[in-house]
Design a protein around this ligand. Structure first.
Ligand SMILES: Nc1ncnc2c1ncn2[C@@H]1O[C@H](COP(=O)(O)OP(=O)(O)OP(=O)(O)O)[C@@H](O)[C@H]1O
Ligand SMILES: [Mg+2]
Length: 504
């Protein structure tokens, strides 16, 4: 029988006020993919950090190749060939692709004249090129990271993990930021790693991925081990039940809402390089889905509407009146808010407590005689965070200590608390578990029911199909089609987004 190469037994990890892991077990096998499944805050990323020496466990055993091991730092686990692509990949925007791949592990050479070692830059570039080619990522190793898309940055993170001779590869929600096409390339990569005999841990909230890739599963709930088994012996219903211990209402609870008058009109919005001739309207009560591949210009259009992009021409009207949006302040004052895709960089201040993140956009409203009223801030935070089921020990907790999905919920809560008229959600349920996803969608339905209008940019087709009243499809900076809910099929939408023509 296949023996586990890497096991964790009865592992615990405690943070002040939270038992993130409570005696959990996990086993990884060579040549097999194990899916780790659990709700937001179940302890998955904490486990990954424990497996890679970032955190030291408070109890339990870590066993590698049959022998107990202790990791005092990430170097110790790296040395054994354990590599991870973390949920929030830490890469450096000002370094090159090659420097990011080999950071902390630069290839060295001995000088010709001296005995000193120095970085072997040409080896670093050529080895980076080899790794990037092996994962089908076509980019120049000398390019500065800042110039890449999120998806490409993710590929650099993967290349980094593969820069050592890995035996165990851990992927913590690797597809959350990737486009349809990039996801398929990643699947191929995982299958190649599997054939090479590597043991893989795959963390995802997407059930189609679990069934497409995994051989085994392990389920955690609230920091506790619930069970494990073979994927072939289970089904989605059973896994969801293990995960949440309750039944989930429909994931796409689209309500029939009365569509009101036109609220937002965008006319001929153009940007020098990113998009052109963008025209559309949005009515009260409507959810407008925007679908397109990464690089199609969808995010750039939304950022232009929120006033964070320069060099934009065209007109924007709210309630029939032209509005000038040169900054987020202009946008917020006109009732347009934007939940960005890159939550950690653009959505939250990690070092601040939850309640201060929530009150940030409306400090002037919450201040009394020039002083912030903490009571009002707290009550606002409580109201919206409870509504979105943010899991935290208290509202004074720093956002950096929340799980990835809960950080995303804080961003949404912050903008909803401003009482907007139009809310733009860019990948709203990225990294959000199935139960909370249903809650976010239900909330979207409630928002439009109360007269708001929603623009939802998403790479998740089921989400686009399930929640939109109308769908704009973008390709290469242009709106290539507008489909009604009744006319849209997944095939049509994907075909249009990839530049194909619809025949069906
Ligand atoms: N450094 C920390 N300090 C305090 N609490 C923490 C810290 N890191 C994680 N936690 C808490 O531990 C729990 C588990 O978090 P973890 O990030 O492991 O969840 P997760 O299963 O990865 O969730 P998600 O699906 O949202 O990524 C959460 O309640 C989180 O708030
Ligand atoms: Mg996580």
């Amino acid at each position: 029988m296949n023996k586990a190469i890497f096991s964790l037994k009865k592992v615990s990890k405690v943070f002040p006020g939270v038992k993130a892991l409570d005696g959990v077990d996990l086993h990884l096998y060579p040549g097999q993919v194990t899916a780790l499944i659990g709700e937001n805050g179940a302890g998955k990323s904490t486990l990954v950090k424990t497996m890679t020496g970032i955190y030291q466990p408070d109890g339990g055993d870590i066993i590698f190749n049959g022998k107990p091991v202790q990791f005092h730092s990430p170097h110790d686990s790296h040395a054994l060939g354990i590599t991870a692509i973390h949920q929030e990949t830490v890469l450096f925007d000002d370094l090159t692709v090659a420097e990011n791949i080999f950071l902390g592990n630069y290839p060295m050479k001995k000088g010709l004249m001296t005995k000193h070692f120095s970085i072997d830059w040409s080896a670093m570039v050529s080895r980076s090129q080899d790794i990037l080619s092996s994962i089908n990522a076509h980019m120049d190793p000398n390019q500065i990271l800042r110039e890449l898309s999120i998806g490409q940055k993710h590929m650099v993170g993967i290349a980094r993990a593969l820069s050592v001779d890995a035996k165990v590869v851990i992927l913590d929600e690797p597809t959350a930021a990737l486009s349809h096409h990039e996801i398929h390339e990643l699947y191929e990569l995982v299958n190649t790693l599997k054939q090479q005999g590597k043991a893989i841990l795959f963390i995802t909230h997407k059930f189609d991925e679990i069934f497409a890739l995994a051989d085994r599963y392990t389920v955690f709930r609230d920091g506790c081990y619930v069970g494990e088994g073979f994927i072939k012996d289970t089904n989605e219903g059973q896994l969801v039940e293990m995960m949440v211990a309750r039944s989930i209402a429909a994931t796409y609870p689209k309500k029939d809402v009365e569509i009101g008058e036109t609220l937002l009109e965008v006319c001929n919005l153009c940007h020098t390089t990113e998009f052109a001739n963008i025209s559309f309207s949005l009515k009260k009560g409507e959810i407008l889905g925007v679908y397109g591949l990464v690089g199609s210009g969808r995010t750039e259009v939304m950022q232009a509407l929120f006033g964070t992009t320069d060099h934009v021409t065209g007109t924007v009207k709210m309630n029939g009146k032209e509005v000038i949006i040169h900054s987020p302040k202009d946008a917020i004052e006109n009732g347009i808010v934007y939940v960005p895709e890159e939550r950690q960089k653009q959505g939250i201040v990690l070092e601040l407590p939850i309640y201060q993140n929530i009150s940030l956009p409306q400090m002037d409203r919450l201040a009394k005689h020039g002083n912030l009223d903490q009571k009002s801030e707290m009550s606002l935070a409580r109201q919206y965070c409870e509504r979105l089921q943010v899991k935290a020990s208290c509202w004074e907790e720093k956002v950096m200590n929340l799980s990835g999905g809960n950080q995303q919920k804080v961003v949404i809560a912050k903008w909803l608390a401003t009482n907007p008229k139009v809310i733009i959600l860019d990948e709203p349920t990225k990294g959000i578990d199935i139960g909370s996803k249903a809650a976010v969608h239900e909330f979207m339905s409630e928002l439009v029911d109360s007269g708001l209008a929603v623009i939802m940019v998403s790479s998740e087709l089921p989400e686009i199909m399930g929640m939109s009243d109308r769908i704009l499809v973008m390709n290469e900076g242009l709106i290539v089609s507008e489909l009604s809910r009744a006319d849209a099929t997944p095939e049509k939408v994907v075909s249009l987004a990839t530049g194909g023509h619809v025949t069906c």
